[in-house]
Design a protein around this ligand. Sequence first.
Ligand SMILES: Nc1nc2c(c(=O)[nH]1)N[C@H]1C(S)=C(S)[C@@H](COP(=O)(O)O)O[C@H]1N2
Ligand SMILES: [Mo]
Length: 531
Amino acid sequence: MPGVSSFRTFLSRAALGAPAGLLAAFTALAVAELVAGAVRPAAGPVTVVGGAVIDRTPAGVKDFAIRTFGENDKTVLQLGILAVLALLAVALGVFSLSHRRAGAAGVLLFGIVGAAAALSRPDSTGIGDVLPSVLGALAGALTLYLLASAAAAAQPTAAPEETGAGRDGWSRRGFLAAAGVTTVTAASAATLGRFLAGRHGHGAVASRESLVLPRAASPAPALPAGVQLKVPGISSFTTPRADFYRVDTALTVPRVDAATWRLRIHGKGVIRPRTYTLDELLARPLIERDITLTCVSNEVGGPYTGTARWLGVPLAGLLTETGVRPPSRGGTADQLVARSVDGMTLGSPVEEVMDGRDALLAVGMNGEPLPFDHGFPVRMLVPGLYGYVSACKWITDIELTTFDAYDPYWVKRRWARKAPVKTQARIDTPKPFARPSAGTVTVAGVAWAPHRGVSRVEIRVDDGPWQDADLAAQAGIDTWRQWSYRWQATPGGHTITVRATDGTGQAQTEQRAPTMPDGASGWHSVFVTVP
Ligand SMILES: Nc1nc2c(c(=O)[nH]1)N[C@H]1C(S)=C(S)[C@@H](COP(=O)(O)O)O[C@H]1N2
Ligand SMILES: [Mo]
């Protein structure tokens, strides 16, 4: 029965080839992480391939990933890469039982892919970045070759008389021993790599812990009593650090040492180009402001918006000192391109940055140095503009240029060149599909129209008339504003809809628009059932 026996052969090949392939892949990754830990953690193969995938992912898919996986999007991506790698490793392992050399060469191909990805990263520091992928692949190729040899010796051949029980038993033990040694060695390499990678950020962590923020020359105006409504379920006016959304392309959060950090300002119309240290920035008069930051990927009713008390250097003053003038006063540059240590580029309009609003190089967030996640040691913020055109984290370079001459990262990916934040209102409570009891139900939430302020919020239940919500105090035009509405809930299913009007009197549009290319629009509504 050739069918059955070839199926058996296939099974026994898979039983040896699959672990051989997986162990080779594990060894390759472990050695790569060890080398990356010693050289540069951000040059590890999973990180660089993941980064390359992120940069090449179409905007729609990226938006879908942010929507579906939220802040776990990067974990999902890395697990996806590992899953694809595992499948390929199994196939390569089985293949290498009969083609040892070709199998090992196959592993080296992965090394080339990793090395190419490492060199293509915008934050690549040079040829050394290929080392993790190349050395990892060499270790993986060698492992696969040796395991495939051990497996070949352990494999029952077609002619049973040639494989005496004794020899077969010995070979299987040989393969198991080789596999065991490989596992232990690779696991040790991976652990050591993790340890070394952790030590890499030590200087940065220490520099953040020892940073004492100066007092603001211009402190934030005291929050008016009543900016915070006492309604259970409403977002807090100041978003605590742990709840502040995070959106960026960084697979490993850059840990920048404040002592060696520099910010360079240069480009078109810059008469006196300059490089600043952090101490030089901190020696300037700082201002402190409550500012709401919003992501262009935020869906109607979505979570990617937050308000913090930011401390920072006024950016317009710094630009003026270097000789920059806004286009309306004869300046030649209309775009400011901020570049981060990880190679991200964000472009802001010079006119808005210098029009008197509190555009900041922020160093503090809610009374502490910026968290690493949010851009330590310095990030940019421009009230009124979406994060992707204004809020560069881990900033290290500001170049004055024109919108005609240069498209930054997100614009290359078809997002709009200019993107003021659209007026939005969000119902925080009740939650969608809640079952509140009949009687008085407090509907409440936040509304934002950064740099225009919120002048009115209205609520509509089902197809009823629009009713004015009660507005909480307005802290300033750059922050969101809370609102609440006492609804007399009657049994049945109801749709509650909210809309806001900004400080200029412009009502929020009902027109639904997707997040791409310049931010979602439309009214937020929730459906609830009153039992
Ligand atoms: N270096 C860097 N800065 C960045 C980004 C990024 O990917 N890299 N993302 C931007 C986007 S799209 C937004 S919405 C804000 C989010 O800031 P947060 O993560 O502190 O909330 O950061 C901006 N700054
Ligand atoms: Mo964003």
